[in-house]
Design a protein around this ligand. Structure first.
Ligand code: PLP
Length: 363
């Protein structure tokens, strides 16, 4: 059987061998990190070492990192814990993890390049109403990087709190909470090449954390109850450490090669072509429904997706591309996202497959 060329890293990354090794090693540790005895202390050491690595890597203090079950929970926790008594303001291109947690929020539009409108954000904030703003660092569908440092300056000027969803940005560009000057940052292990089922919310020292989302036994300094899966946390740290050494220039060169091949066959790039994550491109093929393109490429052993991966497996028109005013193209775009272990062979296979698929589907 021919190998699948996996180009859907923004859905999930392949597990890094170092992360798998760390998970397996930590599964051999028996204790509950809350227990006082030696077994508990051994488990706690694994967790606290991991906490140091991850917090240090993303510009936070170890005591300000809260382990969660993933990016979705980290976002929900931020909205719950920092949003108490505040109006919610979110960008039009946030992931459903934020959109569902912040139902009824005021929406900040984006321009046709997929970049958030800072003037509109400033106008919303100028009424002085205490607010929590949620803005992603990089969009999961287009890869477009948002001006989060400028948004943070605006928020601080108006006394608002800023939560940053860095789930897709982490590992694909330098990400540090202290440099962004935001109040909190969500990250997720499986987007870094670690195991799924673990993530973290990082807090700035002045983040107004009001209340936990999950109560329980006082774990995570009373900010997230429940016995953590120590092995997943260990794998998360290994992936975070290794992802910091990825050659992003090489990844970008391969992404550009894939993009050139697609554009030569009629594709249109969605989103700002410069201000993007190294591994992501969003390609619309006029006249060809996104879901059909994904299936046609799957038959060619190329794994890509139509916008965000969604649990029902159904392809919906992208709210991100709609917000960018892409019209019909919003239903005709696929996301190609290169994993940490992408090869030239993957991109050559994609280029050849895209040419065949586009010739059949293009109108
Ligand atoms: N935020 C963004 C931008 C994402 O792309 C995703 C997942 O695709 C999430 C949050 C949710 O992360 P998780 O899958 O770890 O729950």
């Amino acid at each position: 059987m021919t190998a699948v060329h996996y180009l859907d890293a923004n859905a999930t990354q392949p597990l890094r061998p170092a992360a798998r090794d760390a998970v397996l090693a930590a599964f051999a540790v028996t204790g509950n990190p809350s227990s006082v005895h030696a077994a508990g202390r051994a488990a706690r050491r694994v967790m606290e070492d991991a906490r140091e690595v991850i917090a240090g890597g993303f510009g936070a203090r170890a005591q300000d990192l809260i382990f969660t079950s993933g990016g979705t929970e980290a976002d929900a926790l931020a909205v719950h814990a920092l949003g108490q008594g505040r109006r919610l303001i979110v960008s039009a291109i946030e992931h459903d993890a934020i959109r569902s947690a912040a139902a009824g929020a005021a929406i900040v539009p984006v321009d046709r390049h997929g970049v958030v409108d800072l003037e509109a954000l400033g106008t919303l904030l100028s009424d002085g109403v205490p607010s929590l703003v949620c803005l992603m660092l990089a969009n999961n569908e287009t890869g477009v990087i948002q001006p989060v440092d400028q948004a943070a300056a605006l928020c601080r000027q108006h006394g608002a709190v800023l939560h940053v969803d860095a789930v897709q940005a982490a590992g694909r560009m330098p990400v540090r909470l202290d440099r962004l000057n935001a109040h909190s940052l969500a990250i997720s292990s499986h987007k870094l090449g670690g195991p799924a089922g673990v993530g973290a919310l990082l807090l700035a020292p002045d983040a107004p954390f009001a209340a936990a989302l999950i109560g329980g036994g006082g774990q995570e300094r009373g900010r997230r109850g429940g016995t953590p899966t120590v092995a997943l946390v260990a794998g998360f740290a290994a992936a975070a450490r290794e992802s910091a050494t990825d050659d992003l220039r090489a990844v970008a060169a391969l992404r550009d090669a894939a993009e050139r091949a697609a554009v030569a066959n009629g594709a249109v790039i969605c989103g700002d072509p410069e201000l993007r994550l190294a591994n992501t491109t969003c390609l619309a093929l006029p006249g060809a429904a996104a879901g059909i393109q994904v299936i046609a490429l799957d038959l060619e052993k190329i794994a890509v997706s139509a916008g965000a991966a969604c649990s029902s497996g159904k392809v919906q028109t992208s709210h991100v591309l709609k917000a960018m005013g892409m019209g019909a193209l919003a239903g005709e775009a696929i996301r190609v996202s290169l994993p940490w272990n992408v090869t030239t062979g993957d991109i050559e296979a994609f280029a050849a497959a895209y040419e065949r698929v586009a010739a059949r589907l293009r109108k």
